[in-house]
Design a binder for this molecule. Structure first.
Ligand code: C2E
Ligand code: MG
Ligand code: MG
Ligand code: MG
Length: 289
């Protein structure tokens, strides 16, 4: 009997190896260690008003300080975290760290800013998510208005009803909801009306080709117009130059994010930039008067 059990376990083990690659298993171990050894860091990228460049919010973006490989971007480890389920724990770390950062900004008497946090599909199937977020906001004395969640169209696809119920609960609390990378997924503008959405983020790929591709121009213009008809705000991602900025402004896009204003920054550099931006904005207002 013991022998048989052993055999079964072996079968289970080989099946696992087939499902994940050996590399995955080794990296999963490292990813787990990263969490316990505090190797992750959040960088923050400002989001600004296209009309005047004023920073009003930001997006938290995870980085991994790997002891041998140096600083690693999320595209190389988030997919593995999603495959292995580790994204749940990493996700909670991201949420708590973002909220703690806002609380620290309060203590330092820095200007209020809304922090947008990325959520994966798996997190939108976690029944405890709403309760945990409520608890964290309460614990750090941060208002729900000071955070927002970003989800992709594909993340919503896996279980639209459950995901939209969770998002609805967040929206009812006053947390803003953004659809990330809009335009590259499968959802249509028609589906938007059934989802609790405050913000639509136009994918960088459309912004990249604005200057050269007349079709992209028309698509972006149409997305912005439709979103506004549905009372949804629009943020353009990945703005790298003034030409793209001007074009988007002409299409009535209200907000932007991109290297043209700043790359994602570690928290101290981010705080400095936001304060400088605030001063500049104040000066320009003074000049007007
Ligand atoms: P995203 O949510 O669409 O984030 C925007 C990405 O575009 C970021 O890449 C940002 O650095 C980059 N970006 C912003 N402006 C520009 C620009 O002007 N030019 C260029 N070339 N890139 C720009 P990053 O930080 O590498 O993140 C990649 C993706 O990883 C994110 O895409 C998001 O899907 C995911 N991610 C990042 N942090 C988290 C997290 O905490 N949780 C989850 N679940 N996913 C995350
Ligand atoms: Mg995002
Ligand atoms: Mg995006
Ligand atoms: Mg993206």
């Amino acid at each position: 009997r013991a022998k048989q059990l052993g055999k079964n376990q072996y079968a289970f083990y080989t099946k696992n190896i087939k499902d994940n690659t050996m590399k995955d298993i080794l990296e999963e171990d490292e990813l787990h260690r990263a969490l316990t050894k505090n190797e992750f860091e959040l960088y923050y990228q400002p989001q600004f008003k296209l009309a005047n460049g004023k920073i009003f919010s930001a997006e938290a973006l995870i980085r991994w300080h790997h002891p041998e490989r140096g600083l690693i971007g999320p595209d190389t480890f988030i997919p593995l975290a999603e495959r292995t389920g580790l994204i749940i724990d990493i996700g909670y770390w991201v949420i708590e760290t973002s909220i703690a950062f806002i609380a620290q900004r309060h203590k330092d008497r820095l200007s209020p800013i809304c922090m947008h946090i990325n959520l994966s599909a798996l997190q939108l199937r976690d029944a405890k998510l709403v309760k945990q977020v409520t608890k964290l906001l309460d614990q750090y004395q941060v208002s729900p208005k000071e955070i927002g969640f970003e989800v992709t169209e594909t993340a919503l696809l896996s279980d639209v009803t459950l995901a939209s119920n969770i998002l609805q609960a967040f929206q009812n609390m006053g947390i803003s909801i953004a659809i990330d990378d809009f335009g590259v997924g499968f959802s249509s503008l028609g589906q938007l009306k059934n989802l609790p959405v405050n913000i639509l983020k136009i994918d960088k790929s459309f912004v990249d080709d604005l200057e050269t591709n007349p079709n992209d121009k028309k698509i972006v213009e149409a997305i912005i117009a439709m979103a506004h008809k549905l009372s949804i705000h629009v943020v353009a991602e990945g703005i790298e130059n003034e030409t793209q900025w001007c074009l988007l402004e002409n299409y009535s896009c209200e907000y932007g994010q991109g290297y043209v204003v700043s790359r994602p920054l570690p928290k101290a550099a981010f705080n400095t930039l936001v304060e400088k931006n605030k001063q500049a904005y104040r000066k320009s207002l003074e000049k007007d008067i």
